[in-house]
Design a protein around this ligand. Structure first.
Ligand SMILES: NC(=O)c1ccc[n+]([C@@H]2O[C@H](COP(=O)([O-])OP(=O)(O)OC[C@H]3O[C@@H](n4cnc5c(N)ncnc54)[C@H](O)[C@@H]3O)[C@@H](O)[C@H]2O)c1
Ligand SMILES: [Zn+2]
Ligand SMILES: [Zn+2]
Length: 381
């Protein structure tokens, strides 16, 4: 077999290409090599794509990976060649304190000096991404989740790598309880999965804020109330719909590249401000949306250092709780997989495009522009 393979390679801001790179090899007895069947493009990839991180030329993208085990290191005990698996985007060791406490996104072993590791992501450790023909999975017994054999539910299972658990986690971080109302900012894949999770978990009302019509329609299609940012202050719109009342919980599924109502200007604190305004006193905020310690393209000098201003006084006055950070995918993926198998959950309603790896350049361009209904793109080598 050739020792080269095709992969999505970052060339610089707004430029990716399909390059020939080294095919990964087993480097440790607990590694497996997975032949990719599906790898998704994520909103998080766009931060790198747009040159809004410290990502350097040459990095292979892809942290949402699924496929078939091709080769096992000699220390692997739970997996064998031919197993169908999906990997959490987190690379984690499974036995540090955070991993033992189900906080695998904050593994202290796989990426020293930084909280957590991931495939194909800037600052997340030396783990090439899986928007490629193969990916190496370290600590494979811990990091690969087995799936039923065959091709069934490929789109649903692929979303277990990141956005389904991350949406679920956003709701969890907000302190949500069944019967409560919740506002989700952002109807990208993560926001839609948070809204869907809230539905599955028994929310009485789910409001979803965005300005992209196709995305708002998807939110409406699962029984949520769409709130169009371009039509005015979203917190005020939600309160008006509720006779002046705030909601119990809020989720930020947008992050630091939040835009103003016209969509033309970035305002990094737009969502934090909205959440603090729309959640009731003693309610909770879940913030899975990404914020970075350094932003080379920030609209102001404070945000460039990761200093985002927001009404902390109001947050204090309301006694709101806040939870944030990367999702500990391992904590949820087994259960969410089983909800897919039993037919209780079908997250693939967010998938808008299935394309070949060779078409990734065009898919990045369109997904980045959020045009033509590009909501969630799945790549197949
Ligand atoms: N915590 C984690 O583990 C984790 C995992 C995956 C993704 N993320 C992050 O979650 C965020 C969302 O990911 P995605 O894939 O859905 O991204 P996305 O870019 O596709 O979606 C973001 C959506 O937010 C909307 N938006 C922009 N400004 C807004 C505002 N002021 N109010 C309401 N909506 C607004 C955009 O129109 C867009 O539809 C990103 O920041 C991503 O990096 C975090
Ligand atoms: Zn992702
Ligand atoms: Zn660990």
């Amino acid at each position: 077999m050739s020792n080269k393979m095709r992969a999505v390679v970052y060339d610089g801001p707004f430029k990716v290409s399909i390059g020939e790179v080294e095919r990964p090899k087993i480097l440790h007895p607990n590694d497996v090599l997975v032949k990719i069947t599906t790898s998704c493009i994520c909103g998080s990839d766009l931060h790198m794509y747009e040159g809004r991180t410290a990502a350097e030329k040459g990095i292979v993208f892809g942290h949402e990976n699924m496929g078939i085990v091709e080769e096992c290191g000699e220390g692997v005990s739970l997996l064998k060649k031919g197993d169908r698996v999906v990997m959490p985007f987190n690379v984690a060791c499974g036995h540090c304190q955070n991993c033992e406490e189900q906080r695998s996104a904050f593994c202290t072993n796989v990426n020293p000096g930084f909280a957590g590791g991931a495939y194909g992501y800037v600052a997340m450790g030396p783990y090439p991404g899986g928007q490629a023909e193969y990916v190496r999975v370290p600590f494979a017994d811990f990091n690969a989740l087995k799936l039923p054999k065959g091709k069934q539910n490929e789109e649903d299972f692929a979303l277990l790598a990141d956005i389904f658990p991350t949406g679920w986690h956003g709701v969890e971080l907000s302190g949500f309880k069944p019967g409560e109302s919740i506002a989700v900012f952002g109807a990208g894949p993560v926001g839609l999965m948070a809204a869907y999770s809230a539905k599955l978990r028994g929310a009485s009302e789910v409001y979803v804020v965005d300005r992209v019509p196709e995305r708002l329609q998807k939110a409406e299609s699962i029984g949520c109330v769409p709130v169009d940012l371009s039509k005015g202050n979203p917190a005020e719109q939600i309160k008006a719909l509720r006779g002046g009342k705030e909601v119990d919980r809020g989720v930020d599924a947008v992050g630091y590249q939040a835009v103003t109502a016209d969509g033309k200007t970035e305002q990094p604190n737009a969502v934090l401000e909205g959440l603090i305004a729309v959640v009731r006193p003693t309610g909770g905020l879940g913030i899975p949306g990404l914020y970075v310690p350094k932003d080379p393209g920030a609209p102001d000098s404070n945000s460039a250092k990761g200093y985002i201003t927001f009404p902390f006084g109001k947050l204090f006055e309301k006694g709101l709780t806040v939870g944030t950070g990367q999702c500990n995918v391992k904590k949820y993926n087994r259960y969410l997989r089983d909800m897919i198998i039993s037919g209780t959950a079908k997250p693939s309603f967010v998938v808008s495009h299935n394309v070949t790896l060779n078409e990734a350049v065009d898919a990045y361009d369109k997904f980045d522009k959020r045009v033509d209904g590009y909501t969630k793109v799945l790549l197949h080598p």
